[in-house]
Ligand binder design. Structure first.
Ligand code: COA
Length: 302
């Protein structure tokens, strides 16, 4: 795997995170990989964690080839002792901990009547309990440094409701709640806790698994892009650069919030009246009411 080069040029100086140490769960692949890479390219030393050692090894190799000080530590976010060990090892090898990105997540499409209770619990354990366990494990090290940043990677699934995603919607709703609770409790220690809610993001397991169609990546992207107001699926870089912002001094007074980075995709729905018909339809209705002789004051009450 090679470090992916961003579709955009960073608007930030390359040393804005110099001297910081970041730990990214799920940092060996997908969005976690790109976040780790961008934190590193902006000066942070990075520890990545994940279940698959070969994935971690190849990611660390890619980061090191970019001049990033990186280590990989294997384990499972569902095991509390692994979370504590990751923090200990990061502090021992990289000298402390300033930034935690909770990116490890599990998901699949499943109808509520088909998913087993264990399947539901598995996603809750990875996404929600994993986020809490990691944040709790990281807090003492951040407190010792006089502050830190926690970034929880969330979703927009639960803003309304999303078909076949009862498990992940519940898990991410709880993550957003944790973002606010931890921000409230840890602000006094200089720890800012925020979230990022990505929308459809190109080149991720999320998009290929959840689009629910067996098609090429380009076809999936085109299909999904037609439902995004900005007209395209986001890139991993879009999410990663938002994480760099949240970890930078520019966001020093920002806590308890979740940035939605989705091109307004979660708001999208087919318009009831197509754009080119709006003016004609609206003026037609207006003309009819005028023709009926309704007074302007009464018209406005209609
Ligand atoms: N549909 C319904 N249930 C599913 C499922 C699917 N596609 N995939 C897994 N499950 C259920 C299993 O049946 C099992 O429940 P059971 O014991 O009642 O049978 C439970 O989930 C755990 O599955 P298991 O395969 O043992 O867990 P795992 O730890 O190997 O995998 C997952 C965890 C399920 C989250 C897996 O999809 C994963 O780790 N994916 C990688 C990360 C990822 O997908 N990220 C995308 C983020 S959007």
């Amino acid at each position: 795997m090679s470090a992916s080069h961003p579709p955009g040029v960073s608007p930030f100086k390359s040393d804005i995170l110099k001297g910081q140490v970041a730990l990214v769960t799920g940092g060996g692949s997908g969005i976690g990989f790109e976040i780790s890479c961008q934190l590193g390219l902006h000066g942070a030393a990075v520890a990545i964690t994940g279940r698959r050692q070969p994935v971690l090894d190849s990611a660390v190799e890619a980061f090191c080839s970019e001049g990033i000080n990186a280590i990989g530590i294997q384990g499972d976010v569902r095991k509390n002792q692994d979370c504590e060990r990751w923090v200990e090892e990061t502090c021992a090898k990289l000298g402390g901990l300033d930034i935690l990105v909770n990116c490890a997540a599990g998901n699949f499409l499943a109808s509520a009547e088909e998913i087993s209770v264990n399947g539901f619990r598995t996603v809750m354990e990875i996404d929600t309990i994993g986020t809490f366990a990691m944040s709790r494990a990281a807090f003492p090290a951040m407190r010792q440094r006089g502050g830190g940043r926690v970034v929880n990677i969330s979703a927009t699934l639960h803003y309304g409701a999303t078909w076949w995603q009862a498990h992940a919607s519940a898990a991410k709703a709880a993550v957003d709640s944790l973002t606010r609770s931890l921000a409230l409790e840890w602000g006094a220690f200089g720890v800012c806790v925020n979230g990022i809610a990505p929308g459809p993001t190109g080149g991720t397991a999320g998009l290929s698994k959840l689009a629910g169609v067996d098609a090429s990546e380009d076809d999936v992207n085109a299909l999904v892009a037609s439902t995004v107001p900005l007209g395209k699926v986001g890139s991993k870089w879009d999410i990663a650069i938002a994480a760099v912002f949240l970890c930078s001094s520019a966001a020093r007074h920002l806590t308890g919030d979740t940035l939605v980075v989705d091109g307004a995709a979660w708001m999208w729905r087919e318009p009831a009246v197509p754009r080119k018909m709006v003016s004609k339809a609206s003026r037609g209705v207006e003309a009819k009411s005028r023709a009926l002789g309704v007074a302007p004051a009464q018209r406005s009450k209609l």
